[in-house]
Design a binder for this molecule. Structure first.
Ligand code: HGY
Ligand code: MN
Ligand code: MN
Length: 414
């Protein structure tokens, strides 16, 4: 596919830059939390681009957005592709957006080449892939796959105690939460283009990653209740300092992840809220959010068990209450062999190097894989950096991704 490759990348780069500028933070920092004002502007921007490309756009009850290029046999289940445009605080410009705008670019290239899909090709923008607001990742794709029920979704609250119904109402999305659920067979097949968010491809000088498995993520919320008091007057013996207990817990998670016996096990405490949060007041309450992953579910669950054991031990020794609540603990997903074979054939035809690999980040594909044969295509990102403003993918890397995605979509939709 030679024609227009450079042109498409310029257009794609311009659109990625425009989307990155729609942020709650000053560029180059991207923050775009689901249903916040910047997210709504970003959704409008991308929907406009999809409409300009002649796709028919619909949104479900929580804002999952479906932009369909109608095939000659519209009654057939579509080939799906897509990703997310929400971004965590202090993020970069490429996580998720490459899989949305890159897929749109792939569709426009196929249109330009006069390709006529037999099966429709449907671009999806998933709502709330990031856990920032409601504490759980992949909210939209989880509900589509029925992994999170309408009742469970109804019960989700953000840090201000505001729920999904309130936020989706503000965003202008209506309809029953049950209607988000898609039946198996809604998609014929699904491919997600995404940056690797790791260093392998760049360090090995390989153009593309064919993802065979998506890691198994888990998240637990931990509340620690101790006893507050005057930092000067309350002597050390008998203190029940909630933050000192939290510090031991954080180190216990780190050591459990490091001693799992495999490099694939990771454990992170990304959120630590301290109450009352005054320098001269002993912390009486701490709230931790922990993220535990592995490509092997058993090993990951072993770390969860070790963390729960540490909670009990630290609680008894320090006289603090520790309550660990599991938010999610999902099995890994295996990607579809036939789609991987199609991606491999496309990469060869495009003269691009590739390697099969696992995804250590989770993605909406983790849940779409419950609905349809699914696979992911990775492009490198500089230094493996992601979830930071200096996240970067070169035009060449993106060109390879769009090129091979377009070829594969054409193969699957023919
Ligand atoms: O955390 C993740 O793996 C994804 O980037 N949300
Ligand atoms: Mn992310
Ligand atoms: Mn992502």
């Amino acid at each position: 596919m030679k024609a227009g490759a450079d042109l498409t990348i310029d257009r794609l780069l311009a659109e990625l830059r425009a989307l990155a500028a729609i942020s709650e933070a000053e560029p180059p920092v991207v923050t775009r939390v689901v249903f916040a004002e910047a997210d709504l502007r970003a959704r409008a921007y991308v929907k406009g681009l999809c409409a300009d490309a002649g796709l028919s756009v619909r949104e479900d009850a929580i804002g999952n957005t479906f932009a369909r290029w109608l095939g000659s046999e519209p009654e057939l289940a579509p080939v799906g592709t897509g990703s997310h445009i929400d971004a965590i605080p202090n993020a970069g410009s490429y996580d998720g957006t490459v899989g949305v705008l890159g897929a749109l670019e792939a569709i426009r290239v196929l249109q330009k080449l006069g390709f006529k899909p037999r099966r429709s090709i449907e671009l999806v923008i998933f709502t709330a892939e990031e856990p920032t607001r409601f504490g759980i990742g992949c909210l939209g794709s989880r509900m589509m796959a029925g992994v999170l029920s309408a009742e469970q979704a109804q019960a989700l609250l953000d840090k201000e105690g505001r729920g999904l119904d309130e936020w989706r109402g503000i965003a202008g999305f209506a309809g029953s939460l049950q209607s988000v659920r898609l039946g198996a067979g809604y998609f014929h097949q699904f491919i997600e283009l995404h940056i690797e968010q790791g260093p392998l491809l760049e360090s090995e000088g390989i153009d593309l990653g064919l993802v065979t498995h998506i890691a198994a993520p888990a998240s637990l919320r931990i509340r620690i209740e101790g006893e507050g008091g005057h930092a000067g007057a309350k002597l050390m013996p008998g203190r029940r300092d909630a933050l000192a207990a939290a510090a031991e817990l954080i180190l216990a998670l780190e050591s459990a992840a490091k001693s799992s016996g495999a490099i694939d096990t990771v454990g992170t405490v990304g959120v630590c809220q301290v109450f009352p949060g005054a320098v001269n007041s002993i912390p009486s309450r701490v709230r931790l959010e922990t993220d535990i992953r592995d490509i092997d579910e058993m090993r990951r669950d072993g770390v969860i068990k070790a963390l729960r054991k540490a909670c009990e031990e630290i609680s008894a020794r320090r006289g603090v209450e520790v309550a660990a609540q599991q938010v999610n603990a999902d099995p890994p997903a295996a990607c579809d062999a036939a789609i991987l074979a199609a991606l491999e054939a496309s990469a060869k035809a495009a003269g691009r190097s590739y390697k099969r690999m696992v995804s250590r980040a989770y993605h909406d594909s983790l849940f779409v894989a419950r609905l349809a044969p699914t696979a992911m295509l990775f492009i490198p990102c500089r230094g493996g950096v992601s979830h930071r403003p200096d996240e970067y993918a070169t035009p060449e890397w993106m060109g390879s991704g769009v090129n091979v995605l377009a070829r594969t979509l054409a193969t699957l939709a023919a």
